[in-house]
Design a binder for this molecule. Structure first.
Ligand code: NAP
Length: 282
């Protein structure tokens, strides 16, 4: 069996063409352009790169971004004040606070200060809870991007056994709930899980969100499984040993070009939606 490649890069490019049309329609109807505010705190080069990539994605679809850069010694109170200001700004339709923030900042408090209708990166507890209950909320960008990728390739989820390895607030946990809401039977594994290999061997769908290069071995994954790798590490490898699976899995997300492009694409997709709701469908 040759695995179907779940091509996130191609889907993201196709979606950008559609989003550019929607931005033009918003401009025609309202005379305004949706704006994503991006907040970068400190000088971490990887975070700066991610924020730049997000700004570039906005530009590609004709959307504006408002770049907020704060110094490394920013306090929780200062960051909260900035978020409140952006919440109040009617010209801003989405807010991205780049994770991680410097350690003196209460990141959870700052995430949760983002207004629900501007939480286009899906990071608030309120948004998570609403999503978990099947109510409308913008999904957390990486797991939502994975769901959009699986949907685009008509990967069946109902009744399947999904094993999510990782339970972080921005990835593993919302991923598990989204798969549950799509009627998968979900096992969540983490650093205290015993017999990880045995859990993974039973999976119809494996999601690797561990943060360790090729930590999940190909031999743990059964033939015909759908393999989703959220990781990205130097050398172009993910959290799963994908090489041997190209001939054994039903489908795999390549690294790079699978999950990564879908994360940014979901952020701008949800910002366009927020812009439409605010500017057109008032
Ligand atoms: P994280 O916050 O470090 O979480 C890692 C998770 O893996 C934790 O839940 C941890 O368990 C679990 N884990 C660690 N060691 C384990 C072990 N030996 N066995 C089983 N589980 C173990 O990482 P993250 O932010 O979720 O990111 C995960 C991966 O996705 C990383 O490779 C990251 O680069 C990637 N990522 C990609 C994107 C993208 O846009 N493509 C976005 C975000 C993240 P505990 O909870 O018990 O500590």
């Amino acid at each position: 069996m040759t695995a179907l490649i779940l091509d996130g890069k191609a889907l993201a490019q196709k979606t950008e063409t559609e989003l550019a049309e929607r931005v033009k329609a918003i401009q025609a109807a309202s005379g305004s352009t949706p704006i994503l505010a991006t907040i970068l705190v400190g000088d971490d080069p990887a975070s700066a790169t991610y924020v730049k990539m997000k700004g570039n994605a906005c530009a590609r679809i004709g959307m504006d971004s408002l770049k907020v850069e704060l110094p490394n010694d920013t306090t929780t109170e200062q960051l909260l004040a900035k978020i409140h200001e952006l919440n109040q700004n009617p010209n801003v339709h989405g807010i991205l606070l780049q994770h991680p923030v410097p350690s003196q900042i209460d990141e959870r408090a700052c995430f949760d200060a983002i207004a629900l209708n501007k939480d286009v990166d899906g990071v608030t507890c309120l948004g998570f809870g609403r999503m978990a209950m099947g109510e409308h909320a913008y999904g957390c960008a990486t797991p939502k991007g994975i769901m959009r990728l699986l949907e685009a390739y008509n990967i069946p989820l109902a009744g399947k056994h999904a094993v999510v390895v990782g339970r972080s607030p921005i990835l593993g946990k919302p991923m598990a709930l989204m798969l549950l809401n799509a009627n998968a039977t979900v096992t969540i594994c983490h650093s205290k899980t015993q017999n990880l290999e045995e859990h993974i061997k039973r999976a119809d769908i494996v999601v690797g969100a561990v943060g360790k290069p090729e930590f999940i071995k190909a031999e743990w994954i059964k033939d015909g499984a759908v393999v989703v790798d959220a990781g990205y590490h130097p050398g172009g490898v993910g959290d799963i040993e994908l090489g041997p699976l190209a001939e054994r899995a039903a489908a795999i997300t390549p690294v790079p070009g699978g999950v990564g492009p879908m994360t940014i694409n979901t952020l701008i997709y949800q910002t366009v939606d927020a812009g439409e709701k605010s500017l057109v469908n008032k």
